[in-house]
Design a binder for this molecule. Structure first.
Ligand SMILES: Cc1cc2nc3c(=O)[nH]c(=O)nc-3n(C[C@H](O)[C@H](O)[C@H](O)COP(=O)(O)OP(=O)(O)OC[C@H]3O[C@@H](n4cnc5c(N)ncnc54)[C@H](O)[C@@H]3O)c2cc1C
Length: 412
């Protein structure tokens, strides 16, 4: 190993979260190095769906989005009810979304990070350098098999918690729910549809209701991203076979989408929804590494982008306090909503409540619109409207029933 190199920020992981932090910090003059264990243009198991909130974050980063496929809204399906809804118009977010296959989206973000001046090192696994000072753990940079980096701030953007999280005590919080999802790509004559499609009444091979949804996300390039996701709050979650669940869902959309065979083997991955810790001296975690996934729709790209930008801004404002202030500010922005989403996921873990709730949520167009706005976290705090009121009421009710919900939770 050669000598120690010095950077302002070292980032582990070049998904949307790590790339966003690198773009924002490098553009504003910080020296940034990013380590990515995959190759340039690596894939990520994902639905590739970007809500208007995520497009808003890409706009904040000045990313040119024309390579993504334009999405006007969402088609919700619950049993025989179908509601096709445009994205809401708010002051804060654009009124369109995108489907942008991750190979291309992530490459575009990495290119922007390099253009901003960050050094990107591919096919290289990095780990934090941890020292103990006066009994306190501090991260002083990162190391790889060939390089040692000293950094004022180390940003953990390594995705769903694994080895690095274990080193830092930032593993998944075992008391909180998480998700599992699987996806593939198929060809369909409807590949250029302008609506995401979500089937909320997902059933396993025995006809039991599953809290989660099946999706058809048209990519506009001849293919559609097809997948299913489920929440850990359901009874028998550990025995759930995602491949079979996908096959069952696939059969239900076969005719309406005229789909061909899977273009690749379906692959599954975790959706972390809470971690034990997201900062410490010298480091902070963003995106999936911080458990920032919306439990109501499985969306994580936006939260990765937003937390990455926030982390960079706080570093630029004050190096030493950045981890602590980040934890507080990311909490102010997201914790209330994510906590509501986790409580909601305990609630819909009960099949009777799930079925009744679904019937209600799509019962009229107006109610379905509110459902969409709440689930996609598209409520503008300046003009919250009816959906904001509904969210506040749900928050209060679910907070009161939280102990009961946890006590009566199904055995995963
Ligand atoms: C099946 C499925 C469908 C989903 N669909 C959607 C969707 O439609 N829309 C949406 O918004 N979200 C979706 N999500 C969630 C979304 O994929 C994640 O929230 C998002 O990728 C998080 O971005 P990130 O940058 O935090 O992590 P990641 O995208 O996971 O990036 C982490 C990066 O870190 C790298 N890395 C890890 N360890 C190291 C190391 N030691 N050294 C160097 N590099 C390392 C990895 O190779 C990876 O490139 C889905 C998730 C799944 C599983």
């Amino acid at each position: 190993m050669s000598g120690t190199e010095k950077f302002d920020i070292a980032v582990i992981g070049a998904g949307p979260a790590g790339a966003a932090a690198a773009i924002q910090a490098a553009r504003n003059g910080a020296s940034v190095i990013v380590f990515e264990k995959g190759a340039y243009g690596r894939d990520k198991i994902c639905g590739d769906g970007l809500t208007p909130r995520a497009v808003g974050a890409l706009n904040d980063l000045g990313i040119e989005c024309s390579d993504g496929h334009f999405i006007q809204g969402l088609r919700m399906i619950a049993n025989k009810t179908e509601r096709q809804l445009d994205w809401p118009t708010t002051d804060r977010y654009p009124n369109y979304g995108l489907v942008w296959p991750r190979r291309r989206l992530d490459a575009a973000l990495m290119d922007a990070a390099v253009e901003a001046g960050a050094e990107l090192v591919y096919e290289t696994e990095a780990r934090p350098r941890v020292v103990v000072e006066d009994g306190t753990q501090r991260v002083i940079g990162v190391e790889t098999d060939g390089r040692r980096i000293k950094a004022d701030l180390t940003i953990i953007a390594a995705g769903a918690p694994g080895t690095i999280a274990k080193m830092l005590g930032a593993e998944r919080d075992a008391n909180e729910p998480y998700g599992l999802a699987i996806r593939s790509y198929v060809e369909s004559p409807r590949h250029a549809d302008a609506f995401l499609e979500a089937c909320l009444t997902l059933k396993d091979e025995n006809g039991e209701s599953v809290p989660g949804y099946g999706w058809m996300f048209p990519a506009g390039d001849g293919t559609v991203n097809i997948g299913v996701g489920a929440l850990s709050t359901m009874k028998g979650f550990k025995k759930l076979n995602l491949n079979t669940l996908l096959d069952t869902y696939r059969a239900s959309v076969q005719e309406s989408w005229e789909i061909g065979p899977n273009l690749e083997r379906p692959r599954a991955w975790r959706l972390p929804m809470a971690t034990q810790k997201r900062h410490g001296p010298g480091w902070l975690a963003i995106g999936d590494a911080a458990g920032l996934i919306n439990p109501m729709n499985g969306e994580g790209i936006d939260y990765g982008l937003e937390s990455g930008i926030l982390a960079a801004n706080l570093f630029l404002a004050d190096v030493e306090s950045a981890p602590q202030v980040y934890d507080q500010q990311v909490g102010e922005r997201f914790d209330g909503f994510l906590k509501l989403g986790r409580r909601f996921s305990f609630l819909i873990g009960h099949p009777l409540i799930l079925n009744a709730g679904l019937r209600f949520s799509v019962s009229t167009n107006s109610i379905a619109k509110i459902t969409l706005q709440v689930m996609a976290n598209l409520i503008d705090s300046q003009s919250p409207g009816i959906a904001g009121g509904v969210m506040k009421a749900a928050d209060k009710t679910l907070a009161v029933s939280d102990p009961l919900l946890r006590k009566t939770r199904a055995k995963p």
